[in-house]
Design a binder for this molecule. Structure first.
Ligand SMILES: Cc1cc2nc3c(=O)[nH]c(=O)nc-3n(C[C@H](O)[C@H](O)[C@H](O)COP(=O)(O)OP(=O)(O)OC[C@H]3O[C@@H](n4cnc5c(N)ncnc54)[C@H](O)[C@@H]3O)c2cc1C
Length: 390
């Protein structure tokens, strides 16, 4: 009999894993979602998909993600806006790292990114302020998806392929069966599974515990703000990221949505703030965040006239201890694959995480990204966690 897979969570991690498992030949797949597709972090994201990372492994998985979303948009429709991604450097060392990144990207067939000096950036986008920035790296083909829309479309595509997507069904408990599978209790009924995927985003630690797996996770609050302005911007701003990965500090980011709208947020890959309970109500952006964002923006942008605060919201980055995803089976919970912890890169990394999860389900090991280690054992020095993904 075909193995039955139950995926917990219809965010981007759960839905891309379902697509990858279906692609790998699994026929009996059920997705359980406590609310609806995209209810969690995936519906609150900036949706940026880009390849301006600094190491080969990070670039490979992001290139895979960008191509995945390109294929999905071509086959099933949906938003993929390629408005470009500009990562600013803080020093000439950063520009050297960026040049190295450009060379690695070329090896993957991504030929258009360039390192630009501050003058070259100012010539393209005269509104940017770069006095204390030597330059940056610009990927013209990078952009963003609408990750909430993606979740809705992906769920619809899965249903047409025979995958069962149950919305409004919360997983409450789990018990291992004598054959090594699981009996899952939900608010609706009990369901059995040969393989379980924990793709519960900020709730992944709670879900892990239901199966006896203690998963490391730190949820960090990240607000976003929309600004409107009367003066029309021409040219529009690409996505500008004033943060260098691994720098140990956060940075402001912003992009034009239309000629009269800017999105702004503050990003770091690291867990610098207080840990958040996933059940906390997610409200509008806190005033101190809005103040800080509005203080940082004019240091990087000659702001357009008639700037006004628009809609604001908050979401959670589900972050692992080293800011990289976890795709692995915990030794205390056999046949449960955890696909989680990608923090502020969970949209762009979801396709690679999903591919690795499907490989793990099929062969017990991951193959596609040999330079990527998203195992649990990397986090625990092999003391008590012998993981299977590498
Ligand atoms: C403001 C903001 C901006 C961001 N910008 C970017 C960006 O530009 N690029 C990028 O790559 N990433 C970005 N991210 C990060 C990205 O959004 C997340 O990493 C990603 O969405 C996590 O996806 P997920 O599927 O793992 O989790 P989620 O989307 O949270 O999905 C988990 C799902 O599990 C369900 N669930 C939980 N518990 C249960 C249960 N007991 N029973 C049934 N279902 C359950 C939840 O309802 C939820 O729908 C951003 C995040 C935020 C907050």
């Amino acid at each position: 009999m075909a193995p039955r897979v139950v995926i917990i969570g219809a965010g981007i991690a759960g839905l891309t894993t379902a697509l990858e498992l279906h692609r790998a030949g699994y026929e009996d797949i059920t997705v359980l979602e406590q609310h609806g597709p995209g209810y969690g972090s995936s519906g609150k994201s900036a949706g940026v998909v880009e390849t301006q990372y600094l190491d080969r492994a990070g670039i490979h998985v992001r290139d895979f993600g960008l191509r995945f979303f390109e294929d999905f948009a071509r086959e099933h429709g949906g938003t993929l806006v390629r408005s470009g991604y500009l990562r600013l450097g803080a020093s000439t060392d950063d520009l050297e790292m960026f040049q190295h990144s450009v060379e690695i990207q070329q090896e993957f067939g991504i030929t258009d990114p360039v390192v630009l000096t501050a003058d070259e950036i100012a010539a393209r986008w005269p509104r940017l302020i770069l006095e204390d920035r030597p330059g940056g790296v610009f990927g013209p083909s990078d952009g963003h998806i609408d990750s909430y829309e993606f979740c809705l479309r992906a769920a619809a595509v899965l249903v047409t392929r025979g995958v069962v997507v149950h919305n409004g069904v919360k997983v409450l408990a789990a018990e291992q069966t004598p054959t090594g599978g699981w009996c899952i209790t939900t608010t609706n009924r009990q369901i059995s599974a040969d393989v379980v995927v924990n793709a519960a985003g900020p709730w992944a630690q709670q879900i892990g515990r239901l199966f006896g797996a203690e998963m490391p996770l730190n949820n960090q609050l990240r607000p976003k703000v929309k600004l409107t302005h009367e003066e029309e911007l021409d040219p529009l701003l690409p996505f500008v990221m004033d943060y260098v990965p691994g720098s140990g500090r956060d940075g402001v980011y912003f992009r034009s949505e239309t000629a009269n709208e800017i999105f702004i947020g503050i990003h770091t890959d690291e867990s610098l703030l207080e840990e958040q309970d996933p059940e906390r109500p997610l409200e509008e952006a806190p005033q101190e965040f809005i103040d800080r964002a509005l203080q940082l923006l004019p240091t990087r942008l000659h702001c357009p006239r008639g700037l006004r605060l628009g809609r604001t919201w908050t979401g959670l980055y589900p972050i692992s201890p080293d800011n990289k995803p976890i795709v692995d089976i915990h030794p205390d919970a056999p046949n449960v694959i955890h696909v989680m912890g990608a923090g502020g890169s969970g949209i762009q990394l979801a396709p690679a995480m999903a591919r690795m999860a499907a490989e793990l389900a099929t062969t017990g090991a991951t193959q596609s990204f040999p330079e990527t280690n998203w195992s649990l054992s990397r986090l625990h020095g092999n003391d008590h966690l012998q993981s299977t993904s590498r």
